[in-house]
Design a binder for this molecule. Structure first.
Ligand SMILES: Cc1ncc(COP(=O)(O)O)c(C=O)c1O
Length: 485
């Protein structure tokens, strides 16, 4: 159960029933309906009091009565759990399943608790999202998408399922878009997916053996999700320098672990912002072709350059089909559309499409139609130019604030694109404490440990989401919290 709780219900002081009795009845109702299942841990009393808008002592009174009546039990530090409906008749005739046991046994790993908290807190209106991986709503093409949906509403709409690889016209348009980045991909070598994240899930489920090892940069976005580990794979992190991942280590780790694939974010890396150099890209491909190591290239941020166009994607130089290239509309256009793509050899694309059909029977056809209109409309390039300008201003503002307020406590490098500044504090910080302290001041952080367990001195800051005023407030306040530890 989360530390914060949203009940969507509050006791009503105008009712003749005392508040603690109303809370008792609310809890009993949740248990009777089965929504609060047997064995479920209740939210902390502090969180319940906050959600109900009452004093903690009122919640304590209600809980004591519920405990005495046998609805719930307290297990010291283990918290308070649901026992069930305290009715002998019901208990004797039923042998109810323990959902908690099921929840714990499912094969997919849960998110790290800190990520679970971030995922919830991001929807708190008053919070400053200082590490978020999406564009601020003011940078999203709201007006253009509204117009696009309005014209979509005047056409015959396809409400059925789509082809296994996704809408053919959309794949044709993507093939054209990709050629701008130097990637030659036939529509038959493209699979439309529900965001880049789904591409990673499909690849882990469809191409890789359990127990196999995946090489990747350390830190990496991939450490913050469990797509590969849940499918039984091991992640082997490689050191990086300012030119991208170090190739001597790549070869050594490939030998040691007999790795099955390399996952890399060569352009505007998440979370470090690094760009793999032109020469490193070429050497990497030559090495991988020699040792027979397939490359999974995550190009989520490729188009978001601020100062100069980055080197072309690895896929654009892939003469032998060893690279699977993943892209997405999430970072520049709309994460809510949930549209991404994978480019690769046809047998791989067909295999992934087959698994996708077994998983969700295709990405939303309405989203695919919107994506098709977006790319056909010619809006994409002007939009990229527009957000490039805005992101540049934001990046420069963040760097100026860091220079002014952080220079005695941290180091960072200047990102040339993407969303993130990877800040390294000069001394280690108690991560959880800083996270909680910042939260008390309404600032939501993405600590480095989410992207590399050993990155205890790092923070991923994002200039893409918070407003300039929020950035200024947060970046002035945080050094005070850090210094006062
Ligand atoms: C490097 C990288 N790949 C993939 C994704 C997932 O993107 P999507 O919204 O397309 O699933 C993200 C999102 O943060 C990302 O940073």
């Amino acid at each position: 159960m989360p530390n914060t709780y949203k009940a969507g219900w509050k006791p009503d002081p105008r009712l003749p029933l005392p508040i603690y009795r109303q809370i008792e009845q609310y809890v009993q109702g949740r248990i009777r309906s089965g929504e609060w299942s047997i064995g479920m841990k209740l939210p902390p009393q502090r969180a319940l009091a906050e959600a109900f808008g009452v004093n903690r002592s009122t919640v304590v009174t209600a809980m004591e009565v519920l405990m005495a009546e046998g609805w719930i039990e307290g297990r010291g530090r283990g918290g308070t759990r649901v026992i069930g409906i305290p009715d002998e008749r019901v208990r004797r005739t039923m042998n109810l399943p323990d959902w908690n046991a099921y929840v714990e046994e499912g094969a997919h790993y849960p998110n790290l608790p800190m990520i679970q908290r971030i995922n919830r807190l991001e929807f708190d209106r008053d919070i400053i999202r200082l590490g978020t991986g999406e564009l601020s709503p003011e940078l999203l093409p709201q007006e253009q998408i509204r117009e696009l949906f309005a014209s979509l509403a005047k056409r015959p709409v396809s409400l059925g399922y789509e082809q296994p690889q996704g809408d053919e016209e959309l794949r044709r348009l993507l093939s054209r878009e990709l050629s701008r980045q130097g990637i030659q991909a036939s529509p038959s070598a493209i699979l439309i997916v529900s965001g880049a994240l789904q591409a990673l899930q499909l690849i882990s489920a469809g191409l890789l053996e359990r127990q196999s090892a995946i090489l990747l940069e350390k830190p990496s976005y991939l450490y913050s999700i469990h797509a590969f580990q849940s499918a039984g794979m091991k992640l082997v992190g490689l050191p990086v320098d300012e030119g991208g991942l170090r190739l001597s280590e790549l070869e050594r780790c490939w030998r040691t672990y007999r790795a099955s694939m390399l996952y890399t974010i060569p352009t505007f890396h998440n979370p470090t912002g690094t760009v793999m150099s032109e020469s490193r890209r070429q050497q990497l491909l030559t090495l991988c072709e020699t040792i027979g190591l397939p490359v999974l290239e995550d190009g989520a941020y490729q188009e978001l350059w601020l100062d100069r166009e980055p080197p072309a994607p690895l896929k654009s130089r892939d003469e032998h089909g060893i690279v699977l290239h993943v892209g997405t509309m999430s970072k520049a256009v709309s994460p809510g559309l949930r549209i991404g793509w994978v480019v690769g050899p046809e047998p791989v694309i067909e295999r992934l499409a087959d698994i996708k059909m077994q998983t969700d029977y295709g990405s939303s056809s309405l989203s695919q139609q919107a994506a098709k209109m977006w790319f056909a409309s010619g809006m994409h390039l002007p939009h990229l130019e527009h957000i490039g300008k805005r992101l540049r201003e934001r990046r420069d503002a963040m760097l100026a604030l860091l220079d002014a307020h952080w220079s005695d406590i941290a180091d960072w490098s200047r990102p040339e694109g993407g969303f993130y500044v990877w800040v390294s504090l000069r001394s280690p910080i108690p991560v959880q404490r800083l996270f909680n302290q910042a939260l008390k001041h309404g600032i939501l952080l993405n600590p480095g440990v989410l992207y590399d367990r050993s990155a205890v001195r790092q923070l991923r800051l994002s200039y893409a989401y918070a407003s300039l005023a929020e950035l200024e407030h947060a970046l002035k306040l945080l050094p005070q919290l850090i210094r006062s530890r």
